[in-house]
Design a protein around this ligand. Structure first.
Ligand code: IPE
Ligand code: IPE
Ligand code: MG
Length: 262
């Protein structure tokens, strides 16, 4: 499924339902803290929000959904929290993958999975194998993912597959690098959503977010679902995606209105 699309080289086709939505699922810990519950309770409830969001994307016809589940920096958290997150990940992969398969969802884990314990790596491999030919929704879960790591690993793999490029760097193009990025085959995200109130990228899809529309909400991830997704899509539909062009180029009728007003 290697289709090369680049918002910096070509103006992509857009539609009212974003083809690709990328979400930083943030605020689990604070959701739990507000209820005097341990942080991990927030992570558990976060899994329900993932299920609601996946279901809503299927219903709305979103083609690609990329969820940030664990960043390369999240290893800095207390070991007990990291361990609970890993157990939760294994449990979801084992328990819910059959249902995803029945829904025709293709699951891909993106990130440096070699750092995970063998049990988790095995669960990832079998979930990906089971769902690999599914086509209704391409669901990417970013785990041990970092945008800088992604660009670095793509560079290394590009040079491994094309050693000649090291001596001829002028031959390197966006396409030669981006085909090695984790999300190769997916169009660039149209809409980026971050829950939890922070307005930052936190080393998510640094390359792929070049022309993505950003939507931030103060609501915490465990409360997320179809109504909040629709609010984000509504906001997205009020944006003018110019990709470097002028407003008048996108809405030629504006030029006529302005000219007749002169
Ligand atoms: C996001 O929620 C989940 C992960 C990063 C794994 P947080 O755990 O970051 O929740 P807050 O930001 O502390 O509330
Ligand atoms: C970003 O959330 C990573 C995930 C949601 C998996 P963080 O909570 O780790 O982000 P920072 O540390 O506040 O930037
Ligand atoms: Mg957080």
């Amino acid at each position: 499924m290697a289709i090369f699309t680049s918002s910096t080289l070509d103006v992509p086709n857009t539609s009212s339902i974003p083809r690709h939505i990328a979400i930083v699922m943030d605020g689990n810990g604070r959701w739990a803290k507000n209820r005097l519950m341990p942080r991990v309770a927030g992570h558990k409830r976060g899994v329900d929000a993932v299920k609601r969001t996946v279901q809503a994307c299927c219903e709305l016809g979103v083609e690609h959904l990329t969820l940030f589940a664990f960043s390369s920096e999240n290893w800095r958290r207390p070991p007990e929290e990291v361990s609970v997150l890993m157990r939760l990940f294994i449990r979801v992969l084992r328990k819910d993958v059959e249902a995803m398969h029945r829904e025709n969802i293709c699951l891909r884990i993106v990130g440096d999975t070699t750092a995970f314990e063998p049990e988790l790596q095995a669960a990832i491999a079998s979930a990906q194998e089971l769902t690999k030919n599914n086509t209704r929704l391409y669901l990417n879960i970013a785990a041990n993912y970092g945008g800088r790591w992604d660009i670095l690993q793509a560079t290394k793999n590009m040079l491994k597959s094309r050693p000649d490029l090291a001596d001829n760097p002028e031959l390197i193009t966006e396409a030669s690098l981006s085909q090695h990025l984790c999300l190769q085959g997916s169009p660039e995200p149209d809409l980026f959503i971050r829950t939890g109130g922070e307005q930052r990228v936190s080393n998510f899809l640094l390359w792929q977010l070049a022309y993505t529309e950003f939507y931030f909400t103060d609501k915490f991830w465990p409360d997320f679902g179809k109504p909040m997704l629709l609010e984000a899509i509504d906001s997205y539909n009020n944006r003018e995606r110019r990709f470097g062009r002028t407003s008048e180029q996108i809405q030629p009728q504006l030029v006529n209105v302005l000219q007749s007003a002169q």
